[in-house]
Design a protein around this ligand. Structure first.
Ligand SMILES: [Zn+2]
Length: 278
């Protein structure tokens, strides 16, 4: 997948991405645009959220982009216009981040409710393999320990990395923050399932995390890269011994990873068993 930006519109593989324009915009964003705010939609799909941003029933919310779980992207607001994604918010002495930031939504259900041994969305959908964590600002339901959050699929995370990298380059973004950073008393997105430190390090060109984790495939016959955390998930391809990967998230002994190419850039994502990494 190859993204590009032209006339403040995102393009992919030479064509504009799907556009579902939202009327909830304001004047021009300053140039450079210093900040970029990451969100989750708390919803079923990128399309359902983009349609909500367009709908008359909506009293006024929007975002520049919505990225779906499969990595597809919908644009709702031009990048040079203010979108209404941050609401009451402050950061680095500025208030009202809508006027200082690009807003990116990730299709995601956010925090889940316990139901026996399962975790369910507020709409009653069961989410398998939730990310278990306590929110850094305290959990929305006040529970002290870890709760379930919908995980972000590697393909969605990777699409976000590539799109945001481009936005940083094009609009001079200095800092990426979460909605839960700029509105900490009332927002939980993108939440603990989103590895912000890793995201920033990938976007800003660093190969390694702040904690320097880069792992190498260490098994002569190679290691299967799979679509999910377990041997029941299909094999994407065989990673030869010596392939360098960067972990994105962990599920037991399974790691979702970015596979790095010869230039040290992420080229593909998937899941591997950690026994064969060193
Ligand atoms: Zn938000």
């Amino acid at each position: 997948m190859a993204f590009a930006i032209s006339s403040n519109q995102l393009r992919r593989d030479g064509k504009p991405v799907t556009s579902i324009p939202s009327p909830y915009t304001d004047g021009a964003l300053p140039s450079p645009t210093r900040f970029l705010v990451m969100h989750f939609t708390y919803g079923a799909s990128a399309r359902s959220s983009a349609e909500w941003f367009q709908s008359k029933a909506n009293k006024g919310s929007s975002a520049h982009l919505v990225i779906d779980r499969d990595g597809s992207v919908i644009q709702c607001v031009r990048f040079d216009k203010v979108a209404w994604h941050a609401g009451k918010s402050t950061w680095r002495g500025l208030s009202g981040l809508n006027h200082h930031s690009i807003g990116i939504e990730l299709a995601n259900w956010g925090y889940l409710n316990p139901a026996g041994t399962e975790w369910k969305t507020y709409t009653g959908l069961t989410i398998a393999h939730p990310h278990m964590a306590r929110h850094k600002n305290g959990n929305p339901n006040g529970v002290k320990g870890p709760i379930g959050w919908e995980a972000y699929p590697p393909v969605q995370f990777q699409a976000a990395v590539e799109v945001v990298r481009l936005l940083v380059e094009k609009y001079g973004v200095e800092e990426i923050v979460g909605h839960d950073d700029v509105s900490p008393d009332r927002k939980w997105d993108p939440g603990p399932a989103f590895d912000m430190a890793h995201f920033r390090s990938l976007v800003f060109g660093g190969r390694a995390d702040s904690d320097g984790v880069g792992l190498t495939v260490d098994v002569a016959e190679g290691l299967n890269l799979r679509t999910g955390p377990g041997t029941t998930f299909p094999v994407v391809r065989l990673l030869p011994s010596g392939t360098l990967v960067e972990p994105i998230e962990r599920d037991g002994r399974w790691l979702s990873v970015s596979v790095l190419n010869a230039q040290g850039q992420p080229s593909q994502t998937g899941w591997v068993h950690d026994h064969y990494l060193s």
